[in-house]
Ligand binder design. Structure first.
Ligand SMILES: Cc1cc2nc3c(=O)[nH]c(=O)nc-3n(C[C@H](O)[C@H](O)[C@H](O)COP(=O)(O)OP(=O)(O)OC[C@H]3O[C@@H](n4cnc5c(N)ncnc54)[C@H](O)[C@@H]3O)c2cc1C
Length: 386
């Protein structure tokens, strides 16, 4: 067993670090934090210019053919540096889905612009009454010649206010079993009849509700076959959970160690306190396990497999342990821990407080912990359907 990513990935990691030193400024991080829009156009375009939007894609599709290990190293560095990459994440999911299931015309029309970093995508599955059960979507698409007319509402359409298109799951046949009557579309977010309303979350993140009133979408923007949208969604979800490298918890841990090493309490550095060291060690261990679960996902991909169970294992473990970690660190920091980023005397510059509010959502989006457990139980362990 080898717990490293290999020399090629290490070399690429060095190149990514140099890139981040040049392109990722404190101003960009602060802007993402203040607005809750975890995307920055200058940074995203710089990634595009480097050819790193889809660095792992084959060269003939506009990528650089980088290995899953190199990709993991790159994601780790982006995460550790606190780069605003939600736009990149969403866009890769949709671009891979288009590449997998889209028509040749759709690929030609959209993918070159995506790879240059000129546009991003939003994901439009969830509705007020269809979250974990995304196949219960009620948003309707009715055919009218070469066009479709879309009416409905999507909940939590993150980055819809920056994206060019939303990958939208719509009901095209209401008279069949729910998984069978769905179709996937790319709906231009500047089309007439689209309305975007912001939602500001407890974690400081901005997401949106999107409303669709008689929105006309040409048939060429359909992804996959009519009434086979659930298959498209399944592919997209596998890409979404397929390993994320390091987590927000690693950056938070490093920031806290740095703070504890440079801050004094009762005449000694905070980190000299054995109870502090104990907490930091526990968080470090959880982070290390999460990292190895992510490396396992990379290994499955590198071996030609689809990491649906391993991706769920990683997602479940990291999100739940992240919540434990933020609680442990808040407790360790004492009453001042509730001071937010920007407040005088906020320990760790308020970043633990920020993660304390952000961590709850990680067991919700991308599939809840219960849904991850169901996937592991049914597909991984062969247990009966709950
Ligand atoms: C900040 C944020 C950003 C988001 N961004 C996006 C986005 O960009 N695009 C998008 O489409 N969606 C997005 N989502 C939506 C997210 O995917 C859903 O919130 C999530 O799938 C859960 O759905 P729900 O909120 O309707 O909860 P529900 O599905 O109603 O779940 C409620 C509870 O029931 C449990 N539960 C549900 N079904 C089962 C089951 N079968 N077995 C056991 N327990 C179950 C859940 O685990 C949960 O605890 C976002 C959500 C948030 C909060």
């Amino acid at each position: 067993m080898d717990f490293r990513l290999g020399s090629e990935a290490d070399a690429f990691r060095g190149i990514v670090r140099e890139f981040l030193d040049e392109h990722l400024t404190d101003e960009i991080r602060e802007r993402a934090h203040e607005t809750g829009t975890v995307h920055d156009w200058d940074f995203h375009r710089a990634l595009g210019e480097r050819g790193w939007i889809a660095a792992s894609w084959p060269v003939e599709y506009g990528g650089q053919g980088r290995s899953p290990y190199e990709l993991t190293a790159m994601r780790e560095e982006l995460r550790l540096a606190g780069a605003p990459t939600d736009g990149l994440g969403n866009t890769l999911i949709v671009a891979r889905t288009i590449n997998h299931l889209g028509s040749p015309e759709l690929k030609e029309e959209l993918l070159p612009r995506v790879l240059r970093g000129e546009m991003i995508f939003a994901l439009g599955y969830s509705e007020p009454d269809a979250g974990s059960d995304a196949a219960a979507a009620k948003t309707r698409a009715v055919r009218d010649g070469d066009e479709w007319v879309i009416n409905g509402q999507k909940m939590f359409t993150t980055l819809a206010h920056e994206a060019a298109y939303v990958l939208l799951l719509a009901r095209t046949d209401p008279d069949v079993a729910k998984h069978q009557g769905l179709t996937m579309f790319l709906v231009p977010l500047d089309a007439a009849g689209v309305e975007i309303t912001p939602v500001h979350t407890l974690g400081g993140e901005r997401t949106n509700v999107t409303y669709y009133t008689d929105v006309r979408v040409p048939d060429r923007l359909r992804v996959g076959d009519v009434d086979h949208g659930w298959e498209v969604a399944t592919v997209a979800l596998a890409f979404e959970r397929g390993g994320m490298g390091l987590t927000e918890s690693d950056r938070m841990w490093r920031q806290t160690v740095e703070w504890a090493s440079t801050t004094e309490r009762a005449g000694a550095p905070v980190i000299d306190d054995p109870l502090v060291r104990d907490r930091l060690a526990r968080v470090a261990i959880a982070n290390e396990v999460a990292k190895l679960l992510a490396y396992r996902v990379s290994w499955v991909v590198a071996s030609g497999g689809v990491p649906s169970i391993e991706g769920s294992m990683h997602k479940l473990f990291y999100a739940e342990r992240f919540q434990t970690a933020v609680a442990e660190l808040m407790d360790m920091l004492g009453p001042e821990a509730v001071l937010a980023h920007g407040a005088d005397d906020a320990p760790v510059d308020g970043w633990v407080e920020h993660q304390y509010r952000h961590a709850p959502v990680t067991t919700i989006y991308g599939g809840t912990s219960e849904v991850m457990r169901n996937i592991i139980a049914q597909r991984g362990l062969g247990l009966p359907r709950a």
